[in-house]
Design a protein around this ligand. Structure first.
Ligand code: FMN
Length: 330
């Protein structure tokens, strides 16, 4: 069965790949993922705070900045608590590149258009074939407008595009006032793709200890629906590639993501639960489903949903919303 796709300009035999996570920290797991048919290897993120910390310490300037940054820095993990420091991250790219034939996609995670972005160049020099830029940011300041949040993201992408030749995908959260407009502007700024979506981990409260506690619950298939909606809305309206990240746990989830418009389907929670080899089971399940439903290829299955693309998504969305509410039966 032909599952081929093109993502960020790379021709791939299938759309499945591990999403950014510790899944590829262990080189044996990288091999397992490639053996399971991963079309690319996406690495976990290197964070702006890690890089800035390292750059400042190289300048022997940490003490100078300590007062201003002391409180903010105290919220973050200490350098030794990260899985890989900035230098080790580059070395890990080189090691993975030596091991696999498929494209290696590194990930930078941060929010400010500043000096830490120099690392994009180093990541390219280390051999990464593409870069995911995760702009995880929660706008918590009442004075900050949504426009300025978006402008910063666009500026960040513009800087990275100026630094490197490899393709850039931007991993977004779903929480923008006008996501379609942001995606269009990212297109115009030169982003080669958009990854939908980042997950925002919701901290809980420990009422006994009076503490905020971080929680990390792995996803389930119900999270896919938000991705399907936005893949469908953006599909055909952005020039760049679309990747689905979130809620893909079964072959049918992956088929739905592609039918909605995804060129790449990233999987994390399902692989963390079931192991890297599960990627093969998803791929084989997709093939089986397509055969059973008499599709000649995955691309044909994707095209078969195009009649559902509304010329007026605004009205389509609102009508569906109202129908859903009216259809509720106690
Ligand atoms: C343990 C863990 C670590 C993750 N680390 C990163 C990361 O470094 N960078 C990133 O962009 N996303 C990271 N993610 C988010 C995943 O890439 C993915 O977007 C999210 O888990 C949704 O996909 P899923 O439903 O298949 O798990 C991480 C997720 C998990 C569970």
């Amino acid at each position: 069965m032909d599952l081929s796709t093109t993502y960020l300009g790379f021709k791939m035999s299938n759309p499945l790949m591990p999403g950014a996570s510790p899944l590829v920290d262990d080189l044996d797991d990288v091999k397992r993922l490639e053996d399971a048919g991963a079309a690319a290897i996406v690495m976990h993120s290197l964070f702006e705070e890690q890089i800035t910390h390292e750059q400042l310490s190289h300048l022997h300037a940490v003490e100078m900045h300590e007062d201003a940054f002391a409180e903010a820095l105290s919220y973050f993990p200490r350098p030794e608590e990260y899985r890989l420091g900035p230098e080790q991250y580059l070395e890990h790219i080189r090691k993975i590149k030596r091991m696999v034939k498929v494209p290696v996609i590194a990930s930078l995670n941060g929010t400010s258009p500043a000096g830490w972005l120099d690392y994009a160049k180093l990541i390219e020099q280390a051999g990464a074939d593409a870069l995911e830029l995760n702009v995880y940011y929660l706008a918590t300041q009442a004075w900050e407008t949504s426009e300025s949040v978006e402008r910063r993201t666009l500026e960040t992408v513009r800087i990275v595009k100026g630094e490197v030749k490899i393709p850039i995908a931007v991993k977004l959260s779903p929480f923008y006032s006008s996501l379609a407009n942001l995606a269009k502007q990212l297109d115009e700024t030169g982003a080669d793709g958009v990854v939908l979506f980042n997950r925002f981990y919701q901290p809980d409260i420990d009422v006994e200890e009076l503490e905020v506690v971080p929680t990390l619950q792995l996803s389930d298939s119900s999270e896919l629906l938000l991705r399907l909606r936005w893949l469908a809305i953006l599909s055909g309206h952005v020039k760049g590639s679309l990747a689905c990240s979130g809620g893909v746990h079964s072959p049918l989830d992956a088929i739905k993501a592609v039918m909605a418009g995804a060129h790449a389907v990233q999987v994390v929670s399902a692989l963390l639960k079931r192991g890297p080899g599960y990627l093969k089971a998803i791929r084989e399940g997709m093939e089986q489903w397509l055969v059973e439903h008499e599709y000649a290829s995955l691309a044909q299955a994707q095209a078969s949903m195009s009649h559902q693309k509304s010329p007026n998504p605004q009205a389509f969305e609102r009508a569906n919303y109202m129908k859903t509410l009216q259809g509720w039966q106690a």
